[in-house]
Design a protein around this ligand. Structure first.
Ligand SMILES: CCCCCCCC(=O)SCCNC(=O)CCNC(=O)[C@H](O)C(C)(C)COP(=O)(O)OP(=O)(O)OC[C@H]1O[C@@H](n2cnc3c(N)ncnc32)[C@H](O)[C@@H]1OP(=O)(O)O
Ligand SMILES: Cc1cc2nc3c(=O)[nH]c(=O)nc-3n(C[C@H](O)[C@H](O)[C@H](O)COP(=O)(O)OP(=O)(O)OC[C@H]3O[C@@H](n4cnc5c(N)ncnc54)[C@H](O)[C@@H]3O)c2cc1C
Length: 581
């Protein structure tokens, strides 16, 4: 926090700086500097911002985002915490009526935060208007004691990010002023009448913002992992490639190159997609402030798609990097275990991935149907019903591969929509039919999202003007990425007829050549991510390659090495050894 102040970094931007990466196992302030700060900036009206933002900037208020309940995370409309307006006192009464309505998971809630943005079902004049955000003080600002009517605690150890205090929260008829409802988009007036927002999902804005931020952070985490594993693979020598010859660097093995290079490529694919979504988010934020919400649905879908794909890719990539380091990848000092545990949670939080992909699928099916009827659809999905341009590009060129993605994705959506119609005719209920098709629907969303990511990778690389040599390396990397994902999804391309079996063999052959061609670039590419050793925090991935010395030095720090004979010997082991059991 002192560093942020020194460098004049506003609270809202803190979460995208390096600060949080230094604190590897999570930290109790992350939700304060990200979601809480963003909720105030985007959901509070100017008067409320004047009241709370300066206090949050000075860390007098430390906040969290309390939405998820022990009984409901995904289904936001099903939240049970109530905020009932009392016109007599001009207050909202917050209450947790059931065990399942207990807020559960918010970061920093357990012991750190003294305030929260609480999502609760808004009731006024006897009517429920759905989940709305409220600013709620939870602890005394001086003593830090929880306030009467507020029950708070920590939820216990987790798979990772255990330096963070994820918490639980219950309300017992806890009263807050009317003006604590975040009123930028919707309001409850003094007489209890409700003023609705210009789009009924604007109160979900903090989630959209965080999903976009997660895409960027996933590329960073994966970049750390590939840096560690690639540098280590250049230092580590093992086995014989040619019998009788010296042990080669493990990076010489094609299988090792196959483990690492596609994930190095993935860092760029995620990064370039993140930039594109971020640009769109800024445009949408500017439009919303002028009262235009036309592009909000597109941003919602794109942020769902990219959050799902980037969290899945980076988690798998980090695990592959860990395995690529053999036994040393399992040791905590490699940095890889904590990278994994602090990344795999992104698959679940801020919208569980399957659920987000189903949001994307819903949009694809709706847009496909609209396109068939000649109704206007947004640019990113026009291709679903637009004629194919496959024949215009040279066979197997990058453009042709992108076209193959586009056509395969459109084909899958078309096929799944027909299945949905057939199922609907059988079930006579759209929702049951939807559920019966949901595996295929998730595949549609994944292929569409992959197409978007490939397209962003290629168009960004093609636009590089600063250096021909850099562009050339990135073009190879991008080509590897396209072919790699085509080989992983062969079935879709064969089914749509966009690529033949022969095409796929040709591409596979090219992929193996690309691995060899890119091998000398592997270390320079990860060096170019420019992580300081302190930030990587890895015995295997440091700049100087002193892997074995660092592993040995780190072992010396183990508390068990402070004495030659441990206390446990005298207490348990010696008696056991003498007991003749
Ligand atoms: C670095 C920071 C650390 C972060 C730590 C992690 C913090 C957290 O995890 S906080 C909690 C996060 N929780 C979540 O993300 C919950 C996930 N669930 C949801 O977002 C919603 O329940 C969701 C989107 C799945 C469904 O919402 P629901 O209100 O039921 O809408 P639904 O009926 O499915 O859709 C209705 C329409 O709204 C649209 N819609 C839904 N959400 C949005 C949105 N945010 N913006 C615009 N439109 C939206 C849909 O596309 C749909 O449009 P259409 O009718 O045209 O097809
Ligand atoms: C580390 C961490 C930090 C978190 N921080 C916060 C925080 O700061 N604030 C906060 O409010 N919350 C936080 N959360 C909660 C998080 O947002 C939820 O866990 C997440 O949204 C998933 O919801 P859930 O746990 O209810 O899962 P569920 O929705 O119960 O998911 C369980 C399974 O059901 C499936 N499923 C659910 N609905 C559907 C559907 N409609 N169709 C098909 N399948 C479905 C899912 O795919 C999944 O396989 C955090 C969670 C974690 C793990």
């Amino acid at each position: 926090m002192r560093k942020l102040a020194e460098h004049n970094i506003p609270l809202r931007e803190a979460s995208i700086t390096q600060v949080h990466s230094v604190l590897r196992d999570g930290n109790p302030l992350i939700v304060h500097t990200s979601m809480f700060a963003n909720a105030l900036a985007s959901l509070a009206n100017p008067k409320q911002q004047q009241q709370w933002v300066p206090l949050a900037e000075k860390n007098r208020i430390i906040g969290t985002y309390a939405q998820t309940e022990i009984g409901h995370g995904t289904f936001v409309r099903g939240l049970e915490t109530t905020a009932i307006f009392d016109p007599e006192t001009k207050e909202f009464v917050l209450h947790s009526p059931t065990i399942t309505s207990t807020k559960w998971w918010p970061g920093g809630l357990g012991k750190t935060a003294n305030a929260a943005i609480v999502m609760a079902q808004l009731y006024t004049q006897g009517k429920c208007y759905g989940p709305h955000p409220f600013f709620v003080q939870l602890r005394d600002f001086d003593t830090h004691h929880s306030l009467p009517g507020v029950i708070l605690g920590e939820i216990g150890p987790r798979l990772g990010i255990n330096s963070q205090d994820n918490g639980y929260l219950r309300f017992d008829h806890y009263r807050i002023p009317r003006t604590n409802m975040l009123m930028r988009h919707s309001q409850v007036l003094e007489d209890g009448s409700y003023v609705k927002p210009i789009h009924n999902k604007l109160s979900y804005g903090t989630m959209v913002w965080t999903r976009v931020a997660i895409v960027h952070s996933c590329s960073k985490k994966l970049a750390c992992a590939v840096t560690i594993a690639t540098r280590y693979s250049a230092v580590r020598h093992q086995s014989e490639l040619v019998p009788g010859k010296p042990e080669p660097q493990i990076l010489e093995y094609q299988t090792q190159q196959y483990k690492l290079l596609p994930h190095i490529a993935s860092v760029f694919a995620i990064l370039f997609s993140a930039s594109s979504v971020l640009r769109m988010q800024r445009n949408v934020a500017a439009s919303i402030s002028k009262g235009n919400v036309e592009l909000l649905p597109e941003l919602h879908i794109l942020s769902c798609a990219m959050k799902a794909l980037s969290s899945q890719d980076s988690t798998q990539g980090i695990e592959t990097c860990r395995l690529a380091c053999g036994g040393h990848g399992y040791i905590a000092s490699s940095g890889l275990p904590s990278l994994y545990t602090s990344t795999t949670c992104t698959i679940t939080y801020e919208g569980e991935n399957t659920v987000l992909l189903l949001q994307v699928a819903r949009y694809l099916i709706k847009s496909y149907r609209a396109g068939l009827e000649g109704l206007p659809v947004l640019p990113s999905v026009m291709y679903l019903t637009a004629p194919s341009a496959m024949h215009q590009s040279p066979p197997l060129s990058n453009q042709a591969l992108i076209e193959a993605f586009r056509i395969s994705s459109a084909n899958l959506v078309k096929e799944t929509e027909s299945r949905l119609c057939r199922q609907f005719n059988l079930e006579q209920n759209f929702h049951y039919a939807w559920n019966r098709c949901s595996v295929a629907l998730v595949h549609c969303a994944e292929l569409h999202s992959r197409y978007y990511m490939c397209e962003k990778f290629l168009s960004t690389v093609e636009s590089i003007r600063a250096s021909d040599r850099v562009r050339s390396v990135l073009q190879d990397l991008c080509r590897l990425y396209l072919i790699h994902h085509i080989t992983l999804n062969q079935g879709h391309f064969l089914r749509s007829g966009t690529l033949s079996g022969v095409d796929l063999s040709t591409l596979e052959e090219e992929m193996y050549e690309l691995l060899a061609k890119l091998r000398p670039q592997a270390v320079p590419l990860v060096d170019a991510f420019d992580f300081r050793d302190e930030l990587l925090g890895s015995t295997l991935g440091a700049w100087d390659g002193r892997v074995y010395e660092r592993l040995y030095e780190e072992a010396q720090k183990s508390p068990l090495n402070k004495t030659d004979v441990s206390k446990a010997y005298h207490k348990y082991l010696q008696p056991l050894m003498k007991s003749n059991l």
